[in-house]
Design a binder for this molecule. Structure first.
Ligand code: NAD
Length: 283
């Protein structure tokens, strides 16, 4: 897809971080922008800011884990702008912890938001995008945690590995059925966003009755994510990577070389059938 002006982009998780940066950059490209997020006040202020800058923006309160909510988002987007050309399934949350200590609620929350959130986006938007027959692009946000693994992050890694696999299948399916619609998977490194405070959006349904995981290892990962994302890249770098990736029709939007090298260690281990090593611990 090369032509952005007056086309429409839908971005989930658009009230903060990487999603907000994508919404701002798409707006700068002259696109209509639909911002979807579960955090109401942040969504309202992000939408208002884009509109105040002259952008054509629609904010839709959306819970990506809820198929009906995403269906309502699609209706709102098509109702407002008539067509959708770019869909960024970006909303995501994180928990840490030893895989045997994470609660059922931890697993369900991450799978519902990080995986079903993408699935719901695909189910509600892709049939309409195919039917329109116009050029389009879908960007799913995974993580470098999909391509390598670190201890005490198993729930997050499994959700992002699922996002990566689903994206690869989607790419192949659309190449076969509707090649005018491109697909990219964004695998960010450490980015300075609100991800460390993801629990701010954890619904009561996933947090009830002492089902929150508060272990040494979950606290350690929380502290590490807080510290390292605070010193991470600006989310605008991700938005620029996404825009360029769409223009270049590039599927894998990977992190900088340091992170790629870590991911390649794992590929080498798989090729050699060697046991996994603790790459992060050696840095
Ligand atoms: N920041 C990083 O270092 C990093 C690294 C790799 C991958 N990622 C991924 O990038 C994506 C964006 O995260 P971010 O870093 O910008 O964090 P962020 O917390 O700043 O933004 C995430 C947004 O998603 C929204 N959200 C959470 N649950 C939702 C739900 N159920 N429905 C709709 N919206 C929901 C939040 O309200 C928030 O606005 C996520 O998928 C995350 O896993 C981030």
């Amino acid at each position: 897809m090369q032509d952005f002006k007056n086309r429409t982009a839908v971005v989930t998780g658009a009230a903060s971080g990487i999603g907000l940066a994508m919404a701002e950059l798409f707006t700068a490209e002259g696109m209509n922008i639909v911002l979807a997020d579960v955090e109401v006040e942040a969504l309202e202020s992000a939408t208002a800011r884009i509109e105040a800058g002259g952008g054509r923006a629609l904010g839709v309160v959306t819970d990506v884990s809820d198929d009906e909510s995403v269906a309502a988002l699609a209706d709102a987007a098509y109702g407002a702008f008539g067509s959708v050309h770019i869909l960024c399934n970006n909303a995501g949350v994180i928990v840490g912890g030893a895989s045997w200590e994470n609660s059922v609620a931890d697993y369900r929350w991450l799978l519902d938001v990080n995986v079903m959130g993408i699935a719901n986006g695909l189910r509600q938007f892709v049939p309409r995008m195919i039917a329109a027959g116009e050029p389009g692009h879908i960007v799913n946000t995974a993580s470098m945690a999909a391509l390598t693994t670190m201890p005490f992050s198993g729930v997050y890694s499994l959700s992002k590995a699922a996002a990566l696999s689903l994206s690869e299948c989607l790419y192949k399916e659309l190449q076969a059925v509707a090649p005018q619609i491109g697909v990219s998977v964004l695998c960010p490194e450490l980015i300075d966003t609100g991800i460390a405070s993801a629990a701010r959006n954890r619904p009561a349904a996933y947090a009830g009755d002492g089902d929150l995981t508060e272990t040494e290892s979950s606290k350690m990962i929380h502290d590490a994510v807080t510290e390292h994302t605070a010193g991470g890249l600006d989310p605008g770098v991700m938005a620029a990577r996404v825009l360029q990736g769409i223009k270049d029709e590039k599927f894998y939007l990977l992190a900088e070389d340091f992170w790629k090298d870590i991911a390649f260690v794992r590929l080498d281990e798989i090729r050699a059938e060697a046991n996994p090593t603790m790459v992060y611990g050696e840095q």
